[in-house]
Design a protein around this ligand. Structure first.
Ligand SMILES: [Zn+2]
Length: 630
């Protein structure tokens, strides 16, 4: 029987009141901007053929009026803004569909057709957004798709706009920044299972949408759950200042690699005096390290590219729109918005390094850093998706890594062993829960959470400890201004109360798998090898790809699978002959088998046992691994 959510505590109610009093709620320009140019709202949910609801923005209809005391008033405000949906005119000739996925799609009208900037995450939401546009603006053909960066919420819906056939026939161009395909597919190859499980926490995949549950992720409401697709670009842009004209739409590109994404560009449309800022300037502090896990982004480079954006286009730009959130109009306001975003990333970077060089560690800097008043009181710089706290720790990590230099932290016991010893030192689990309860009573939820977490890790079946930890995470969620913090805390409470929900939103997209290079696929197999189990195994296999005339030697020894594309001495134990096109299916779960081989049309010669011996060593990861319990 699932446990019902609890009310906000007195401490959280007081905190929400003080946020209401200190933040500039009288500044309502964002609401004017988010509603400006509305042509038509989104009419209906996006539903799959089998009836599954893939996107239903009306589940957020409760976001009206004043914030309830279970939601931080600033996050409530941001969620109200992000939930405003529909087809909007940005300026005459530029239209956006917002509130139909986590991200936006923008449609720029040319001589006869449209140029599409970003395609949403799912084929189904993408197709629905295009249909909404066409109902109100006519049945214009898609002439080009411009993909601003390598995250799936910007390319995943592309087959909802164009088909491979249209691209092959030369009727539609696809523009993307240098390195797009490699980065678009690489992110999920290595740490995909862990990232997907954590992403389910981050986006509150199992949370009901309600004032006690999910209210939005800050960057947008949440992710759609349809089919992710990928078409390879026809035109890869590599240089800043590069110009293209498609269907009369003039575009000037600015490269911004290693900012919000490893492969990203911004686009200026001179005839509209409009800037597409991709995801480098949105109405929040973005992530330098997303909570699902990633490589840390570079705030220093990010700030420098925004300086270049202002230098290049600031003199004449009249409107800025992005891949998330609503546009900003008027030259003064656009330049102010871009400058605040730039200053935010630069300030976090510089101050973290300054304090780091004074000897402070990440957790201390996160606690001590203060933003200047102009950044603290602008709505567009608040931490709805990234946060000052976790971004500062990420900058520390980028430069100095996990070790803070204190030898006490060099060789600590792992979580369960540490918790057992702490609990014993504090007088046993009941005493620890009692201390945690009194911390909860005083509103010190951070300490209550630390104590109750030790109790749960020392004795996971202690019902009192689990209940208290769930209640504590819930209050921390209610108090979070950051959408993804709220989701993490409330997801933790959910699993403690109702059991693990696994990875409900995981999708394996054939289009994405199909773009993996042979090297990436071999890596994907190598990271599944169970090392200790493979210590005694030794085998080698040549992989011959007939359609691209490539040959690889795979070798398993010492518990590790390595490979080389250079000519190798001697014969391998076996030779697998297949095609570049068929190879991906072999790297998927169960692909390395006689059936998988037959299905892919591959042939094996030599020692046929090689394939099954390798397959027996694979350990594909656990989509249900524990997070808030040991
Ligand atoms: Zn995005």
């Amino acid at each position: 029987m699932p446990t019902a959510p609890r009310a906000a505590s007195a401490a959280i109610r007081a905190q929400q009141q003080s946020a209401l009093a200190s933040l500039p709620f009288s500044d309502t320009r964002d609401f004017e901007d988010a509603n400006r140019g509305l042509i038509a709202p989104v009419e209906a949910p996006v539903v799959a053929d089998d009836g599954t609801v893939l996107w239903d923005n009306s589940t957020y209809d409760f976001l009206t009026g004043d914030a309830p005391d279970t939601v931080h008033p600033s996050l409530w405000r941001q969620s109200q803004l992000a939930a405003i949906d529909g087809l909007f005119e940005v300026v005459e000739g530029i239209y956006q569909v917002r509130g139909m996925d986590l991200s936006n799609t923008t449609l720029v009208e040319g001589d006869e057709g449209i140029v599409v900037f970003d395609t949403l995450l799912s084929v189904e939401t993408g197709a629905s957004a295009l249909a909404l546009y066409r109902r109100h603006r006519g049945n214009r053909p898609v002439k080009a798709v411009v993909i601003t960066h390598s995250h799936a919420d910007h390319f995943g819906g592309i087959r909802g706009f164009v088909s491979q056939e249209e691209v092959d026939a030369g009727r539609v161009k696809i523009f993307a920044p240098d390195g797009f395909v490699a980065h678009a597919v690489a992110e999920n190859v290595y740490a995909g299972t862990a990232m997907n499980r954590r992403a389910a926490y981050m986006y509150g995949a199992d949370l009901p949408r309600s004032p006690q549950g999910g209210v939005g992720a800050g960057l947008g409401q949440t992710i759609s759950t349809g089919t992710v697709s990928l078409l390879a670009p026809t035109d890869v842009v590599t240089t800043t200042g590069h110009e293209e004209t498609v269907d009369g739409v003039r575009m000037i590109f600015q490269m911004a690699p290693d900012t919000e994404a490893p492969s990203e560009f911004l686009i200026y449309l001179p005839d509209f005096k409009a800037l597409c800022a991709a995801e480098d300037a949105t109405h929040n502090l973005h992530n330098l390290l997303t909570l699902r896990g990633a490589v840390v982004r570079d705030p220093n480079g990010w700030a420098k590219y925004l300086t270049e954006t202002i230098d290049l286009f600031g003199a004449e730009v009249e409107v800025v729109f992005a891949s998330h959130h609503w546009p900003t109009w008027g030259n003064d306001r656009v330049v102010e918005f871009l400058s605040l975003q730039r200053d935010l990333y630069a300030y976090l970077h510089d101050q973290t390094l300054r304090m780091m060089n004074q000897g402070l560690v990440g957790a201390e800097i996160a606690e001590q850093i203060e933003l200047p008043p102009a950044l603290e009181h602008a709505w567009s710089t608040r931490g709805y998706y990234g946060s000052v706290s976790h971004n500062v720790k990420a900058i520390y990590q980028r430069y100095l890594g996990w070790f803070d230099g204190n030898p006490a932290h060099l060789w600590e016991h792992p979580p369960v062993e540490r918790s057992k010893r702490y609990v014993e030192a504090m007088g046993g689990v009941d005493a620890v829960v009692e201390k945690a309860r009194s911390a909860f009573g005083t509103g010190d939820f951070r300490w209550a959470g630390e104590l109750a977490n030790h109790a749960v890790f020392a004795q996971p079946d202690h019902a009192g400890a689990r209940d208290l930890l769930a209640d504590t995470y819930e209050q921390l969620g209610y108090g979070s201004e950051n959408g993804t913090w709220r989701d993490f805390y409330l997801s933790g409470a959910t699993e403690l109360r109702n059991g693990q929900f696994g990875t409900p939103t995981e999708t394996t997209a054939p289009d994405v798998i199909g773009q993996l290079t042979p090297s990436m696929l071999f890596d994907a197999i190598a990271i599944q090898v169970n090392g200790p189990k493979a210590w005694g195994e030794k085998l080698s296999m040549d992989v011959v790809l007939t359609d691209v005339d490539e040959r690889y030697r795979l070798r398993l020894a010492n518990g590790v699978l390595t490979y080389s594309a250079r000519p190798q001495p001697g014969d391998a134990d076996a030779t697998l002959t297949t095609t570049r096109r068929a190879l991906p299916s072999l790297a998927l779960r169960g692909g390395l088998s006689a059936d998988g081989l037959a299905a892919s049309g591959g042939e094996l010669s030599g020692d046929a046992s090689v394939l099954t011996r390798l397959a027996d060593l694979l350990d594909p990861g656990d989509k249900d691994f524990a997070i808030v319990t040991p």
